[in-house]
Design a binder for this molecule. Structure first.
Ligand code: ATP
Length: 306
């Protein structure tokens, strides 16, 4: 009976949380992706962070035993540096961020932060060290100020404003008649995808984690929005150990290292210019995206000027 009761109880819990308007995606992610098999070891210690340096050592992973997703992936993210992961859809990019958050355990190899295997540290300490800007931020049904302050409950109004300014969303909020008191979400102001992402960035700036995961939105953005978001991301990732799961290659040009993932393996690695010179998968993806954005700009021009 317990076997039936536990999952039902869990579904009931998720349902209640949803009813209460818990629509923050990071929380949702925690709930829905929660894997009851992941438990702290009896002797788990809090993660001690100095750098922090992230290391993937020959990491393999599958969700289902008959379908390997990652096959021997190795890379380092040195302290304060940015590594971007790009590659075709389904290659396993977001899986890397889930493993880093320890939503799942690796099935081979190991992941360490400053030399500590993720399986040896408490999940609470791991998750407070990592900040995540998710693909799609769904906001709480509360004020825009609350949605930012959630990054560090108890932060002062000045700190919330400063985070919003750094995330390039401050002047947008100041222009609203009720400013930071404006209700957002289902029953309030509807924000565009780009605005929501900047609110999520402001929240993360306030949380000030030593490790940052940016799971970039897939949706196409106009050039101005893309530039604003890029500026906000540059701000939040400065001097932080950062992993960017990138869909738009324009955001990875300045990464210290880019990994091109294909079929669960690192097919190419290097910085933007060295990868273009390799004339491989990255160069192909780059050229394809450039052609697509040039075509979109041409179309926009003809629409402006019939
Ligand atoms: P995209 O660019 O489309 O976001 P991705 O490279 O981030 O793709 P992942 O989300 O890491 O890809 O998924 C890798 C593979 O794992 C996909 O084939 C996906 O269908 C599969 N997968 C993802 N999550 C699960 C899950 N919970 N259970 C089983 N398979 C899954």
């Amino acid at each position: 009976l317990l076997q039936i009761y536990r999952p039902l109880n869990f579904i009931g819990f998720v349902y209640r949380e949803l009813r209460q308007g818990l629509t923050d995606i990071e929380e949702m992610f925690k709930l829905l992706d929660q894997n009851p098999e992941i438990e702290d070891r009896a002797d788990a210690k809090p993660l001690a962070v100095t750098g922090p340096v992230i290391r993937f050592e020959d990491v393999s992973f599958h969700y289902d035993a008959d379908r390997p997703i990652l096959k021997g992936v190795s890379f380092d993210v040195p302290a304060g540096k940015t590594v971007a992961i790009v590659g075709p859809t389904g290659a396993g990019k977001s899986t890397i961020s889930r493993l880093l958050f320890r939503f799942y355990d690796v099935t081979g190899g190991r992941i360490t932060i400053d030399g500590q295997d993720l399986r040896d540290v408490t999940q609470a300490s791991l998750r407070s060290t990592i900040g995540m800007v998710p693909q799609d931020t769904v906001l709480f049904n509360d004020t825009i100020g609350y949605n930012i302050e959630y990054g560090r409950p108890g932060a002062s109004q000045d700190e919330v404003r400063e985070a919003a300014r750094m995330a390039q969303v401050g002047s947008f909020i100041d222009a609203l008649p009720r400013g930071y008191e404006t209700p957002v979400g289902e029953r309030g102001l509807k924000l565009s995808g780009g605005e929501k992402q900047r609110v999520a960035i402001a929240r993360t700036i306030l949380k000030s984690p030593s490790i940052l995961i940016l799971d970039e939105a897939t949706s196409a953005l106009d050039t101005k929005t893309e530039r604003d978001i890029q500026q906000a991301l540059d701000e939040v990732s400065r001097n932080r150990t950062t992993v960017v799961i990138a869909h738009r290659l324009s955001t990875v040009v300045n990464a210290d290292e880019i990994l091109v993932l294909r079929d669960g393996q690192v097919a190419e690695r290097g910085n933007h210019w060295s990868l273009l010179q390799q004339e491989g998968l990255y160069a192909q993806m780059w050229n394809r995206q450039r052609e697509a954005s040039e075509a979109a700009e041409r179309l926009a021009r003809t629409q402006d000027d019939p």
